[in-house]
Design a protein around this ligand. Structure first.
Ligand code: NIG
Ligand code: FE
Length: 424
């Protein structure tokens, strides 16, 4: 049966212009319709004003239709969070407390903590346990408005462990309503066993991990943490060349701790996205701007590890396709809430509300190669959207620090309903 949501106070379609992504100034317009309506089954059949929708229903003699009145509410596309590490085990709140007492993220990592702390816990977990932990965070992301989500491995750094993390992600794809993409991040760090033999670990990734991952069809993307103290461009290039042979696409962690020109390299090799970019150089910005690689920024990471924010203004003003994501992980950004990501983006990275919304929806979808299906409310795309209890989309940013999401719909079905208080 069709569903018709009418009298929507504010609906942002993100429809005009390029259907699949926006660059630079194009990110200034979210194509808002007031007193709007949307009609859909799994996919969107109509979007416009309520008046136009009534005419559409009459003209097409539609009888069997469920009507929902959304007066006073706002509808926006569901958030497309293109960078997360939500499948892991363990807890690093002790390390976090140490950071609050003055230790830095880098110091903890150099002592063998950080990613390696999570690695030790993840290695000891079964696939079922990893599914259980990941599911909890994915559902929390959903309740906060996320409808599409990328999830990475990278916390086991052994052949079996990486495969298990990816199997857990595959299971999440099957059991959850969200649109999920999986990424193999065997090159997240060097495991202690290979600390003094980096080359051997790169060989293990290429000769053992990738073939098995390809055989079980476990990864949409291959990622590497290209940064000072982590993977070099040369090491990443070897891994990516191998991944491409299996038709696994590329995305990168680039220039998060220092500039190593990883973002420019990502554009050169045709990566779907280059992520983090805290220390991106002007040269790399120029390369990304000329490419279709998405520049993805994660302000919650800079916030959580007290680092400078990525230069969003420069990145957008130079014409890059720009996305926002959560980077949800147990060490550098433990939040799955995209509304918080948006809040930090507009206040601390000086993005406009329209740019932030574009970056978290259509451009996030583009970063996951999902923008033909989702990311904007366009006729023919999936009905993936948020009903927010606000009068206009700008209230999402204005009234901050709370969950504005009433309902989340994916492929035309209500997947989450919040605000279940008891009618006080
Ligand atoms: O995206 N940069 C590398 N990986 C994560 C951090 C992972 C961790 O601390 O567990 C990130 O920031
Ligand atoms: Fe990350």
């Amino acid at each position: 049966m069709l569903t018709y949501i009418k009298n929507i106070s504010s609906l942002c379609t993100l429809n005009k212009g390029n259907a699949f992504y926006r660059r630079g100034l194009e990110m200034q317009n979210v194509d808002e319709i007031r007193n709007a309506a949307i009609i859909f089954d799994t996919n969107i059949l109509f979007v416009g004003t309520t008046q136009e929708a009534n005419a559409y229903i009459e003209k097409n003699q539609i009888k069997d239709i469920k009507v929902i009145d959304a007066a006073g509410k706002t509808i926006i596309p569901g958030f497309c969070d293109s960078h997360s590490h939500i499948v892991f085990a363990g807890n690093r709140s002790e390390e976090f407390a140490r950071r609050l007492r003055g230790a830095t993220y880098k110091e903890i990592a150099e002592e063998g903590g950080g990613i390696l702390t999570t690695m030790r816990a993840t290695r000891q977990s079964t696939v079922d346990e990893l599914v259980e932990y990941g599911k909890k965070l994915a559902l929390s992301a959903l309740r906060n408005g996320t409808t599409s989500l990328e999830i990475k491995s990278g916390y086991s750094l052994t052949v079996d462990g990486e495969l298990n993390q990816l199997r857990a992600i595959k299971k999440l794809k099957e059991i959850l309503p969200l649109n999920i993409k999986s990424t193999f991040l065997g090159a997240h760090d060097f495991p202690p066993e290979y600390k003094n033999n980096r080359e051997k670990y790169v060989e293990l990734i290429i000769n053992e991990m990738l073939p098995k991952i390809a055989e079980e069809n476990l990864a949409d993307y291959c990622d590497a943490f290209i940064d000072e103290g982590y993977y070099t461009i040369e090491e990443a290039e070897k891994i990516f060349t191998a991944a491409k042979k299996y038709n696994i696409k590329i995305r990168t962690h680039s220039d998060e701790m220092a500039n190593v020109e990883a973002a420019g390299f990502s554009a050169d090799i045709g990566a779907a996205s280059a992520d983090h970019l805290l220390f991106i150089s002007d040269k790399s910005i120029e390369k990304i701007a000329k490419s279709s690689t998405v520049a993805t920024m994660m302000p919650t990471t800079a916030y959580f590890i007290r680092m400078p924010y990525a230069p969003a203004r420069k990145i957008i003003d130079n014409g890059c396709i720009t996305a926002l994501a959560s980077d949800c992980n147990p060490g550098s950004s433990f939040t799955e809430n995209m509304q918080l990501v948006l809040s930090l983006a507009v206040i601390n990275m000086k993005m406009t509300a329209e740019e932030a919304l574009t970056a978290a929806t259509i451009n996030g979808a583009k970063a996951m190669d999902l923008s033909e299906k989702t990311g904007s409310l366009m006729v023919g795309k999936q009905a993936d959207f948020i009903i927010a209890d606000i009068d206009r989309y700008t209230d999402l940013f204005y009234h901050f620090g709370i969950n504005h999401v009433d309902e989340v719909w994916i492929k035309g079905k209500c997947a989450a309903k919040n605000n279940t208080d008891f009618n006080f």
